[in-house]
Write a protein that binds this ligand. Structure first.
Ligand code: SAH
Ligand code: TRP
Length: 363
């Protein structure tokens, strides 16, 4: 990406609109709160720690959109995909027949949960935890093997607090410490004391470009102790036809998801994008082994972003990059991990060899 740090997807509606029931538990970044009458007490379970400053979304959407629309070629930060409607569309994506990654990763998690529990983590942190749906497969196995604390970590506060509450009901012996935080800024601020396993599932690491991945891994490792582990989900290089279909489904759900970013910008920054004048496109970039998602302008047009005082011209056929999804192979992944100071211990794939879950350990 041309634009430096490029945080990813968030379900931002609840935070942008503090009048909803899901508003932040605290106005100050870094505040820890319980979620019931015992708020703030050390025994509260779950606890929800808000690391994001209250104006995080306002500030970053302005900066990101301003930078992306004035660069050449234009791009839009995917971070803004995940408002309430976007989250619902992403959930539908994970169930599409063409979108195999979620099912494949789940298959591996079910098969290897025992192995992963044997790692003996006491504190289990999950970056970009989303619904924590697949994670429950692991928690089922890990609670019997010494796990004390689960730390779901996501920028999407509404989703995170809903999940934290239901997880304490489902796992009464587990401490749940949810963190509303950005893994590009708040890594390492999680609880200490005991062996850590950090999970990053769903292939989300592939949404970072090589420079961002390097920075991400370096930062992560700087907060790990020798013997701590990283459980990483990565999609694998395969037939481009299947890859493109996974990001351009027949029903058009992925197209709606991609176009949703325009509605978010219209709403939040008073822009006048007409989603009907853009088309979703998924392209396989062989050299970079990644899917690139674009919104192509269908006509010559001018778009106004009122809150930024910005007028942007689009030529017919002009492409605007909104997301990348990098695919890996074992050799490359192992190399990238080892450069970061992580030793690959296990590389598990589903039976079809579509997706990989790896467990690596800090040396
Ligand atoms: N792990 C889930 C969800 C993947 S979607 C799965 O495998 O299906 C990506 C998730 O990462 C979303 O929940 C999004 O809110 C979160 N996310 C994206 N960028 C983030 C960032 N910079 N910091 C923390 N969470 C982030
Ligand atoms: N982490 C997911 C992936 O790379 C995100 C994703 C799936 C996505 N489908 C998408 C992002 C469509 C943008 C558009 O597979």
């Amino acid at each position: 990406m041309s634009g430096g740090s490029r945080p990813m997807s968030t379900e931002m509606e609840p935070i942008l609109n503090p009048t909803t029931g899901c508003s932040p538990t605290s106005a100050d970044a870094g505040t820890v709160a319980g979620t019931d009458a015992g708020a703030g007490s050390p025994d509260a379970n779950p606890t929800i720690e808000v690391r994001l400053a209250p104006d995080f979304f306002d500030r970053s959407i302005r900066a990101d959109v301003g930078r992306g629309l004035t660069s050449t070629p234009k791009e839009l930060p995917p971070k803004w995909f995940y408002d309430d409607r976007g989250s619902e569309l992403f959930d539908r994506i994970t169930r599409l027949p063409e979108y195999y990654p979620t099912r494949r990763e789940w298959e591996i998690l079910r098969r290897e949960a025992g192995h992963i529990a044997d790692f003996g983590a006491e504190i289990f942190i999950e970056l970009g935890s989303g619904t924590s749906e697949k994670t429950r497969t692991l928690l089922d196995a890990m609670v019997g093997s010494g796990l004390r604390t689960y730390v779901p970590f996501d920028v999407s506060e509404g989703m995170l607090s809903r999940q934290a509450r239901s997880l304490v009901d489902e796992y009464p012996d587990l401490r749940v410490h949810a963190m509303v935080a950005d893994f590009e800024h708040h890594m390492g601020t999680w609880p200490s004391g005991g062996r850590h396993l950090v999970a990053f599932l769903g292939g989300t690491i592939g949404n970072l470009d090589p420079g961002e991945r390097k920075e991400f891994l370096a930062e992560l490792v700087s907060h790990m102790a020798p013997g701590d582990g990283l459980l990483l989900g990565t999609d694998l290089i395969k037939d481009p036809g299947r890859l493109v279909a996974a990001y351009d489904d027949a029903e058009g759900v992925t197209a709606s998801f991609n176009l949703n970013v325009l509605r978010v910008i219209n709403r939040e920054l008073h822009a006048d994008f007409d989603p009907d004048r853009f088309a979703h496109r998924a392209h396989w970039n062989t050299a970079e082994h990644r899917i690139e998602m674009y919104l192509d302008s269908l006509v010559d047009q001018r778009v106004t972003v009122r809150d930024l005082g910005l007028e942007v011209e689009f030529a017919a056929g002009e492409a605007m990059l909104t997301e990348i999804s990098t695919k890996f192979d074992r050799a490359e992944l192992s190399e990238e991990l080892s450069r970061a100071g992580l030793r690959l211990e296990h590389f598990w794939t589903d039976d079809a060899g579509d997706f990989a879950l790896s467990l690596s350990v800090m040396t």
